[in-house]
Design a protein around this ligand. Structure first.
Ligand SMILES: *Cc1c(COP(=O)(O)O)cnc(C)c1O
Length: 820
């Protein structure tokens, strides 16, 4: 029996829950998301009420085979074979169950919190202590009020150490996490100076975080950062580190960069000790120093510690989706493997609809705490459940359990070189491939072969940030207001199917694109959401109906063309959208046309009006608020008249991004979210609060040159340096979307954290920047825009709008997507 197995009757008792048990079940899996169901027979579903009410998802979980639920008191649910445990607060019940589970084990638990670096420190401590401990830890960064209980649930009797991070967003949350984790050792990571949105002040935030450590016997922290909070630290044993204060337990008095490493010297127990960190950036050095201190505080010898830290490897917490060879897409997760992160990666794989075929390359899993037979049974079940078409197992353990796997195509190899040798016979073509391996299998060798050589200029798209932005705008809407996501022009340059895919998965209601071809492309990648076509061409109406795309009808001419087509093909009741021109004077029926339009619509059996909409011309701009109001009035007048004629309800929508925040009275039944999804809102008073930029445009240095004062640079001898200096030629030019207007010092790029100007004219594929005084070499990364140098600033530099900067990034620039 697994240690985290309870019967539903036991759980009912632990939770002190109401409801009747129809049939007793063994439970070993906790679920909170009906879209991610694994092991349904042994699962308990918590119907959390978040943005959407978890109770709405019970039906789909039930359909997927889940038979045990924790729900709010008084919920009425029809599911005859299921057990419903009734509680007052579903989240609190999840936390109670986790706390109970935790209390059954007396292993050492390290609790980590702070503002930055929690996940890195957790993963590094895991790497450092894994040689002599059997460790349980949070999958990825599952550190929230929901994530922590789910993580703690993973503790089993084989574990002798838990390493858990805890994150909070407001006051009152840490006590709850402390009660679940019960850490005996505390580790405080970097605390940023700012206070986050959920706190009144920095003091309040720090005090709240320190509550995690209230019952710790030992606390490890940075001496400087604790100043002023001494009274809040209750741990009996304290271990401090510092680069400034000699009285710290670990006083780091010197740090030097040596090639790609950072060499630290420190005083510890009145002796000099040293440590080599295999990273150079400030954050990594601070995080590694904290790990150093933690190891020493927990009794590891300085020599052992140094040895292990030298071998730390970068923590890749994100799943990267890249273009592969032979029209494949590759999800690269080649650095770690355990059952929990496998499940997360498989969920991401199943969200990808751009190829029919789904493939998994997996290595043996180490350190699961499970017997091989049990572990690979679970792996095989997961692979089957996620409907993987092709499975490639690498490692002796997988090879030994190959009979467990029920997959259409399966291949097993004892090690990575053997698999690489057979790569050609595996015939990868038009499939989505997940690469997931334990570190020692060096799966990066596989990903290097399967990922297309990227042109070195890439546009990185952060899909988490996209979701953050979607949810930010959703939080501004009344319940039930729909969201149409504008994904025209390759989703404002961000790439169509990857973006559409994640929007569909996250229950956006509608998509809109400009042209029929764009809609067809979305359908071809498996998108099934309704799609509105803003600008349908009569010549492609066949495609329109074949692919179930919904046209906007904006003029009598177009209406006429469409009806003729529908008559000829006998297409009845087809969904269309009516566009009203309330002041933009681009496309649409004007108010004066509405009466005639109503005549045409009356009892028209060829069309069904799905929605009526108009477009605000200056929703972001206070100066034009009176005009916006007049647009709203004209819109209301038009839709009322049309709805009356039709005799049925249609969806009304008017707001674009800026309208969502500035014009709540104009949300109607749906809003059309465009640039806000991509992290920009020109209508917000303090720019972009709550939004995250989703795109970073990066390139690299092709060559570095010394240039003397007066020598000229680029075409037409346009540039020069005032003093002798150094320039770098970078791999981006106007053909990539870095417009000529950025030339001659107008544009700036980020190199090693510094903003440097362009020199001379921008050329087609390249341009030059002034890197005088900066230590750069060929191949170094150069950033055009990211969360630091924002798209808004680039737009200001050349007097345009962010929309143009985003959509200008040309299609030859590779898009790389990541999702954490
Ligand atoms: C592009 C577009 C939008 C989205 O506008 P944003 O300002 O990017 O939010 C909304 N409606 C229509 C008709 C559009 O063409």
């Amino acid at each position: 029996m697994l240690s985290n197995q309870y019967t539903i009757a036991e759980i009912k008792q632990i939770l002190n829950a109401g409801g009747a048990i129809v049939k007793d079940y063994p439970i070993n899996t906790l679920l909170t998301d009906s879209r991610r169901i694994s092991n349904p027979a042994g699962a308990l579903f918590f119907a959390l009420s978040g943005r959407r009410n978890g109770h709405e998802f019970i039906a789909s979980a039930y359909a997927a085979g889940v038979r045990n639920f924790v729900v709010r008191q008084g919920s009425e649910i029809k599911a005859p074979e299921a057990n419903f445990l009734m509680v007052d607060d579903v989240l609190a019940a999840l936390q109670t169950l986790a706390a109970y589970h935790r209390s059954r084990f007396d292993l050492e638990v390290i609790g980590i919190t702070g503002s930055n670096g929690k996940t890195i420190v957790k993963e590094w401590l895991y790497q450092l202590m894994a040689p002599d401990k059997n460790i349980v830890r949070n999958p990825k960064s599952y550190n929230s009020q929901i994530g922590v209980p789910l993580s703690v649930w993973l503790i089993n009797e084989k574990n002798d150490l838990g390493i858990f991070e805890a994150g909070i967003s407001t006051i009152g949350e840490m006590d709850k996490l402390e009660a679940i984790l019960k850490p005996s050792v505390g580790v405080l990571t970097h605390m940023g100076p700012a206070h986050d949105e959920g706190f009144e002040s920095r003091e309040q935030k720090v005090r709240e975080k320190l509550k995690l450590f209230k019952n710790c016997r030992l606390l490890v922290y940075n001496y400087e950062q604790s100043l002023g909070f001494e009274d809040d630290i209750t741990a009996k044993e304290r271990f401090t580190w510092s680069t400034e204060f000699k009285q710290a337990d670990l006083y780091v008095f010197s740090g030097t960069a040596i090639s790609k490493n950072y060499y630290l010297r420190a005083i510890y127990k009145e002796r000099e000790i040293e440590c080599l960190i295999p990273f150079l950036d400030e954050a990594s050095i601070e995080n590694a120093t904290l790990c150093w201190a933690t190891m020493l505080a927990m009794g590891y010898s300085p020599i052992d510690t140094d040895d292990r830290i030298e071998h730390l490897s970068a923590v890749s917490m994100r799943l990267e989706l890249k273009n592969g060879i032979n029209d494949c897409s590759v999800i690269d997760d080649s650095y770690n493997s355990d059952l929990q992160s496998l499940e997360i990666a498989l969920n991401f794989l199943t969200q990808q609809n751009q190829h029919h075929k789904k493939t998994v390359i997996l290595s043996d899993i180490y350190q699961s705490g499970l017997q091989a037979g049990v572990l690979y049974r679970q792996v095989a079940d997961l692979i089957k459940l996620k409907q993987v078409d092709k499975f490639i197992g690498v490692g002796e353990a997988l090879l030994n359990h190959k009979d467990y796997f029920e997959v259409a195509e399966k291949f097993f190899y004892p090690d990575t070189p053997a698999m690489l040798q057979h790569l050609r016979t595996l015939n990868f073509r038009d499939e989505t491939i997940l690469i997931k391996g334990s570190r020692s299998f060096e799966f990066e060798l596989i990903s290097r072969v399967l990922v297309q050589k990227a042109h070195e200029t890439i546009l990185e798209i952060n899909l988490n940030a996209l979701l953050n932005n979607l949810n930010f705008y959703r939080s501004k809407l009344k319940k039930g207001t729909k969201v149409m996501a504008m994904v025209k022009a390759f989703s404002y340059g961000s790439g169509t199917f990857e973006v559409a895919n994640i929007l569909e998965y996250n229950n956006v209601d509608y998509l809109a694109v400009a042209y029929i071809d764009e809609g067809v492309a979305l359908r071809n990648t498996g998108i099934s959401l309704p799609i509105m076509i803003l600008n349908p061409e009569a010549s492609a109406f066949d495609k329109l109906t074949e692919f179930k795309l919904e046209p906007v009808i904006y003029s009598f001419g177009l209406f006429d063309d469409y009806i003729k087509y529908a008559q000829e093909k006998n297409v009845l009741n087809y969904p269309i959208h009516i566009k009203i021109d309330t002041g933009m004077h681009r496309l649409g029926f004007e108010n004066a046309d509405v009466e005639m339009l109503c005549d045409l619509l009356e009892e028209n059996r060829y069309v069904h009006v799905q929605s009526i909409f108009s477009h605000l011309v200056a929703s972001e701009d206070q100066q034009h608020d009176e005009f916006t109001k007049s647009q709203i009035e004209r819109f209301e007048k038009a839709y009322k008249q049309i709805e009356k004629t039709l005799g049925y309800k249609v969806i009304k929508h008017l707001s674009n991004t800026s309208g969502i925040i500035r014009w709540p009275q104009a949300h109607y039944d749906m809003v059309r979210l465009g640039i806000g999804l991509y992290g920009i809102d020109m209508g917000m008073e303090t720019p972009d609060t709550g939004l995250q930029p989703i795109a970073s445009l990066k390139t690299s240095i092709a060559q570095v040159k010394k240039v003397q004062a007066g020598e000229t640079i680029s075409y037409s001898r346009s540039g020069s340096l005032a003093k002798d200096g150094k320039i770098a030629t970078v791999r981006i030019g106007y053909a990539d979307g870095y417009l000529r207007a950025f030339g001659n010092g107008v544009g700036r790029m980020l190199v090693k954290g510094q903003l440097v100007p362009t020199v001379g004219n921008i050329t087609m594929d390249m341009c030059m920047i002034d890197v005088t005084g900066i230590d750069v070499t060929e191949g170094d990364e150069v950033i055009i825009f990211n969360e630091e140098q924002r798209i808004n600033e680039l737009a200001n530099q050349i007097g345009t709008i962010p929309y143009e900067i985003l959509t200008n990034v040309s299609q030859r620039v590779k898009r790389v997507y990541f999702y954490e």
